[in-house]
Design a protein around this ligand. Structure first.
Ligand SMILES: [Zn+2]
Length: 160
């Protein structure tokens, strides 16, 4: 970010509480760009006892993750994830439980992950290029993004 979204003056780096921040250079404006993390919602989608992993457009060929998306204005996390599942898989999902929230520092995101079940045939949405259906015992959680949610879900299955 280079210019103030309030007054369009240039942003300049300043130290606030010993951290570099971008602040508006106008004397009349006190805008500070805090760069707060963005909330993201994620779905561990279970269908026929298997977990659906998807590859988004622009991702490397072997990279798969959970269905994710952003909240729209006025939406609860629950509404948003059911909408994303409908958009990306073409199916009506049911929320089983909230798995947890996960910091994804590299992307400056906070991901809220739900366990969702669906039934029927998947129709991939425009943001996805490929999907895989993996039996839980073959899931290998990755150590970033939505991967730790997959790990937690697997750990709880084993515990119960
Ligand atoms: Zn400004």
């Amino acid at each position: 970010m280079k210019y103030c979204p309030l007054c369009a003056f240039e942003l300049k780096e300043v130290q606030i509480d010993a951290k570099p921040r971008l602040s508006c250079s106008s004397e009349a404006c006190d805008y500070i760009y805090w760069n707060n993390p963005t909330p993201v919602i994620g779905a561990l989608v279970e269908r026929n006892g298997e977990v659906i992993l998807v590859r988004n457009k622009g991702w490397p060929e072997k990279m798969f993750g959970l269905v994710t998306g952003f909240l729209e204005e006025g939406e609860t996390a629950e509404n948003a994830i059911l909408r994303e599942v409908k958009e990306e898989l073409g199916l009506d999902g049911k929320i089983v439980e909230f798995i947890g929230y996960y910091s994804f520092f590299q992307m400056n995101q906070l991901i809220l992950v739900f366990h969702i079940t669906v039934e029927g045939e998947v129709t991939l949405g425009q943001e996805l290029v490929e999907m895989r259906s993996i039996p839980p015992e073959k899931l290998r959680p990755w150590p970033f993004g939505t991967g730790p949610a997959v790990q937690d879900w697997l750990d709880r299955r084993h515990a119960s």
